[in-house]
Design a protein around this ligand. Sequence first.
Ligand SMILES: Cc1cc2nc3c(=O)[nH]c(=O)nc-3n(C[C@H](O)[C@H](O)[C@H](O)COP(=O)(O)OP(=O)(O)OC[C@H]3O[C@@H](n4cnc5c(N)ncnc54)[C@H](O)[C@@H]3O)c2cc1C
Length: 353
Amino acid sequence: MARRLVFLGAGHAHAEALRVFARRPVVGAVLTLVSPYTEVPYTGMVPGVVAGRYRLREASIDAGDLAARAGARFVKAKALRIDRARNAVLCDNGQEIPYDVLSINIGAVARNPLLAGGGAAILPTKPVEPFIAAIEAATVKDVVVVGGGYGGIELAAALSLRGARVSLIAGRAGLAPAAPKAARAMLARRLGLRGVNVIADADAVSADGAGVTLEGGRALAAEAVILAAGVAPGPLITALDLPKDGAGFLAVTPTLQSPADAAIFAAGDCAAFAGLPKAGVFAVREGPLLAANLAAALTGGAPAPYRPQADYLALVSFWPDGAVAVRGRVAAEGRWADRWKEKIDRRFIARFR
Ligand SMILES: Cc1cc2nc3c(=O)[nH]c(=O)nc-3n(C[C@H](O)[C@H](O)[C@H](O)COP(=O)(O)OP(=O)(O)OC[C@H]3O[C@@H](n4cnc5c(N)ncnc54)[C@H](O)[C@@H]3O)c2cc1C
C-alpha cells in the first residue's frame, strides 16, 4: 500500500530533503509539500534583497518547482493544526491532508520583547515572506531594528542603503554578544560608517505610534520597528501535543523524530535539537539526513543520528563595502569576505534552478 509522506513547510531543511527525493525517489511513496508561499526566500540573501542587491526572485526557491521535481503534490496553504489522533494536517484552505509520516520544517516567528501600544508599526522578521513584502511596500524615514545579532546587524546596514535613518537596539547584551571581541569591534565600526545609531546600554521596553521607548524612559522616533531579537515557536508548534524544550520548540531525538511519536519528524528552527542555535546553516545541513531518515521510515529501514558541526562560518555582509567573517574565536573582514558570501549564497540557490 502507498505510504503518504507530508512535508510541512518549505524551509531550508525540506528544500534540501526534497532535492534528495528528486534524485532518489522512494517507490510507492506519495509525497505532498504544504507551503503558504510559492516563492520562498533563502534567508542568507534576505538582507541583500532589503539592500537592493538581489531581486526577490533571484534570492528565492520556487516551492512548486521543488515539489514537482520530487514528484510531490504541491498544496499552497498554511497548516493550522496537526490532528495526531487522525494522522492529518488541517489547512487554512479547508483541506485535510492525511499522512503516515509527517515532516515539519515551518521555521519560527520573531520573538517580540516589546509591550506594544496603539499605532506601532511592528514588522517581525519571521516568517520572512510577509516581512519582505512589508519592507518593499514601506517608505520610512526612521526605522528601529530591535536585536543586535548578525541578522539585525545585516538588516540595519541594508536599511541604511534605502535612505532611512536607522537605529539598532542591541540592548545591554551589546552587539553580537557571542562573537569574539575583535568581531564585535569590526561590526560596530562598520555600523558607524553606515550612520546606524547603535544602542548598547539599554533594552527596548515598548513601542507605539511614535517609536520605541527604552529602559529608563529614553525614546527613539520610529515609523517602523523591526523585530530581529531571536525567535519563538509559531502557534502550530505551541498547540501540538508533543514534548517541547523550555522555549516551546519541538523536542527531537538525534534522528530528528519526536520522542513521543516516531511518525513525526522536525528540522530547522521549529525543532529543539540539543542546544543548536537557530541558524539556517544547521537547517540546510539537516536536510540530507532528514531525507534519508524519512525514506527509512517509509520503507522500514533504520534511521541515523544527525551529528551537527561544532561551529560554523558566519559572514555578515555590509554590501557594497565588504563583510565580516567569524568562525569560532577568529574574525576577519574585507571585500573578499563579501565576495565569498555571494559565491556561497549564489551556489546554494543555483541548486534549485
Ligand atoms: C534577517 C535574517 C538573516 C539571517 N541570515 C542568516 C544567515 O546568513 N545564515 C544563517 O545560518 N541563518 C540566518 N538567519 C537565520 C535563518 O533565517 C533561520 O535559522 C532559518 O531560516 C531556519 O530555517 P528553517 O528551515 O527552519 O525554516 P524557514 O527558513 O524559517 O522556513 C520555514 C517556512 O515554513 C513556512 N511556514 C511557517 N508556518 C507555516 C505553516 N503553518 N504551514 C506551512 N508552512 C509554514 C514559512 O513561511 C517558511 O516558508 C537569518 C535570519 C534573519 C531574520
